[in-house]
Design a protein around this ligand. Sequence first.
Ligand code: SF4
Length: 356
Amino acid sequence: MSDAAASFHDLTREALRLRVVRWGFSPVHAARLWAYVYLERAETWAAMPELPARFRARAEKELTFTRLPVAAETRSRDGFTRKYLLSLDDDRRIETVLMRFTGRVTACISSQAGCAMGCVFCATGQMGFARHLTAGEIVAQALHVDRELRPATCNLIGYKGAGERLRNIVLMGMGEPLHNYDAVMTATDILCDTAGLSLGTKQITLSTVGVVPGIIRLADEARPIHLAVSLHGATQEERAALVPVAKKWPLDELMAACRYYSDKLQRRIFYEWTLIAGKNDLPESAHAVGRLLKGQAAQVNLIPLNPTTGYGGTPTGQEAARRFQQILAEYGLPSTVRQRRGIDIAAGCGQLATTR
Ligand code: SF4
């Protein structure tokens, strides 16, 4: 029996094993092939000399490798951030960002080409939706960053050389990950496979703008990844003005889903708040956030706006951000002001793709 040709990177280890057995070969060959790609980082069939010739011929016929050639790359002046514009097979472009924070390297990867959610301040939202990414296209972004971290290619400030590897992934690039749930979860299964890249599931953070059915499904499936919810407004009216999807899933439904998730998994949720000067950074907004989240296992990440050409807002200054934090603290809510990375290279999601 023959399967439709597939990308190797779309397959979990179990799916690969089943496929290889269906071809009439030993599962040992599936395990060897998997190890070549995910442990030894082989990228071509020629780099897998131990595969038996008959098996290799069949695998070459049935499987392709997802490749994402670099269409453009920018590096921040401070050396901490690199942004890649990667090409898909259909010539669409997606963004992947490598960020260095104190002591850790994080890849910010995309889940869709474009986005259907239309957040007004976001360059990807302004671009509209093109298509979902496949699991393989999501995995291939992580492999790209992993490749970039190898000593021969890495000159990030503070990079420690041999032994350091990609440990953190944030699904905060282009797209709404819960709008592409199945492919994203298959990709996280592949990335976390202990016989492969072995990323800790707790090192993966998925950021949603508030797709309520997806949050409930994450809770029901007890997915062991971190959840970040983009809030941006603490009243239905304020939020809906920035995040149109709030009209479909209103704030009270979103909060009910978040409580369900936290209670069921006994896990803290990160709430993202884009700070826009004079819009949602005033003391009354901070008090509204405090009242909304008081008593929840929550942390608030405050992110000064990345300006885009399609939105007239400006980022909140340090003083107003600190005042916002102090008010949250009065409600017992821990918060951070996200370090701004790569402003000079348009590192906000969708900004490089729209400028190229
Ligand atoms: S912020 Fe995220 S969810 Fe909103 S439009 Fe941009 S990519 Fe989509």
